[in-house]
Design a protein around this ligand. Structure first.
Ligand SMILES: NC(=O)c1ccc[n+]([C@@H]2O[C@H](COP(=O)([O-])OP(=O)(O)OC[C@H]3O[C@@H](n4cnc5c(N)ncnc54)[C@H](O)[C@@H]3O)[C@@H](O)[C@H]2O)c1
Length: 402
């Protein structure tokens, strides 16, 4: 018998809020039919046209301009917090206190202190599911490679090379937005480095140390927006005056993991022509595997089989025998393809399942996991190679579980 529907609301109808809204709409269409459906109650955005557009587009009953209306609503059981990082804490704490299940976007908060307060609030809300949105853990290809690391023939990772390159900051005349405010570490590191540091731990275990961070800001000021600058802030008219950019465009560093694995990372939001390129190369004890987000429905692998003379790197198209795909897509056979939006559907389904007490998908990482990720990001900032007293770097032990 199907579980009772869960009343859901999405707070923030910008780039990722729309992905959450669309995902709740589709969550009951994937996997088994006995899981709870989402009852699409409300979308809240301080910018009324965004709230109205998303509510109509994705079939939510109400559009709100004040997130508190969602928190106070008795017909809302669960919320996605999909606003700028600096707003996560206040909204999440209020939602948890009101007994709502919360799926908060990554990074969990702008600082370790804020994230710790959110974890404390979650611990004071027994029976309430608290989660953070590390969606790439639900990439079928990334999960398939991980299976090969943990159960298959690749064996432990010796060297992970992680690159996340975006170009949303290339144009110096794109307007100022929340993504460019907040000081060292709150730029490309928090925005997309949070994903990559989390994925590295998905493969290698808890970060043991961070070394040799370099951060650079190449576009040092941006025009003030004349309209609402959301997402990657394209398409907004700008004024003639410019305001300083407060955080980094580029961040590179290395990290070490239990067993001696090494990670090398390059993050950029000014990588010309790369809108959203996340690449992982995993050099393991018995083989090598690679993933490229620009080709999300496949991965490459080379290992001991087949025998020579036909051994070499081979591309594996994903199919229903790989994680998440069997029943996770309307057409789930190889070459049909899937993309990043689908990961939000898998995530929404896992979140709704958790609320109903079902545990068929890997559960969403909890807020303690999000706090741990913030500690890793803090260690990356502390390992900067710039000789500034407040950022002089030393490797840091991080013992939290992942
Ligand atoms: N998991 C992922 O893959 C992924 C992808 C993109 C963004 N994110 C994360 O999602 C969050 C949002 O990012 P985004 O790119 O969607 O931002 P965005 O700027 O596109 O959208 C934010 C929205 O919040 C609204 N807003 C601002 N103040 C508000 C308030 N007080 N109450 C309600 N709404 C308010 C804005 O009007 C805007 O529509 C960030 O934490 C980001 O790191 C995660």
């Amino acid at each position: 018998m199907a579980s009772a529907p869960v009343g859901v609301a999405v707070i923030g109808a910008g780039m990722v809020g729309r992905a959450h809204a669309a995902a709740y709409r589709n969550a009951a269409t994937v996997y088994d039919l006995d899981a709870p459906a989402a009852r699409l109650v409300a979308v809240a955005d301080v910018h009324a046209p965004f709230a109205t557009d998303a509510a109509r587009r994705y079939g939510f009953a109400r559009a709100e301009t004040d997130w508190r209306a969602v928190i106070d609503a008795p017909d809302v059981d669960a919320v996605s917090v999909a606003v700028a990082n600096g707003l996560h804490r206040e909204i999440t704490e209020a939602a948890l206190a009101a007994g709502k299940h919360v799926l908060c976007e990554k990074p969990l908060a702008p600082s370790v202190a804020d994230a710790q307060a959110m974890v404390d609030a979650a611990e004071s809300a027994p029976g309430v599911v608290n989660a953070v949105g590390f969606t790439f853990r639900r990439s079928p290809a990334i999960s398939a490679i991980r299976q090969q690391v943990t159960e298959g023939g690749l064996g432990p990772v010796r060297h992970l090379v992680g690159n996340y390159w975006c170009d949303y900051g290339v144009d110096p005349d794109r307007p100022m937005s929340w993504r460019y405010r907040g000081g060292p570490g709150s730029g490309v590191l928090a925005d997309i480095g949070s994903h990559l540091t989390d994925l590295a731990e998905f493969f290698c275990g808890a970060t043991a140390g961070v070394q040799g961070t370099t951060m650079a800001t190449l576009v040092t000021d941006r025009p003030r927006p004349l309209g609402v600058a959301v997402g990657h802030a394209g398409g907004v008219r700008v004024s003639a005056d410019r305001v300083p950019v407060e955080n980094e465009d580029i961040c590179t560093f290395t990290a070490s993991y239990p067993g001696g694995a090494v990670g090398t990372f390059a993050l950029s939001r000014v990588a010309y022509g790369h809108a959203n390129t996340l690449k992982l190369d995993l050099f393991c004890e018995n083989g090598t595997a690679s993933f490229d987000l620009t080709r999300p429905a496949e991965f490459s692998i080379v290992d001991g089989g087949p025998a020579q003379p036909v051994n070499g790197v081979r591309t594996v198209p994903l199919g229903p025998w790989h994680p998440y795909l069997g029943g996770g897509l309307p057409m789930d056979f190889p070459t049909v393809g899937h993309g990043q939006n689908d990961l939000f559907v898998f995530q929404a389904r896992a979140f709704l399942d958790q609320i109903a007490g079902l545990d068929r998908l890997p559960p969403c990482p909890d807020m303690a996991h999000g706090l741990h990720n913030l500690k890793v990001l803090e260690a990356v900032v502390a390992a900067t190679d710039k000789p500034e007293p407040t950022r002089g770097g030393k490797p840091m032990q991080i013992s939290d579980s992942v």
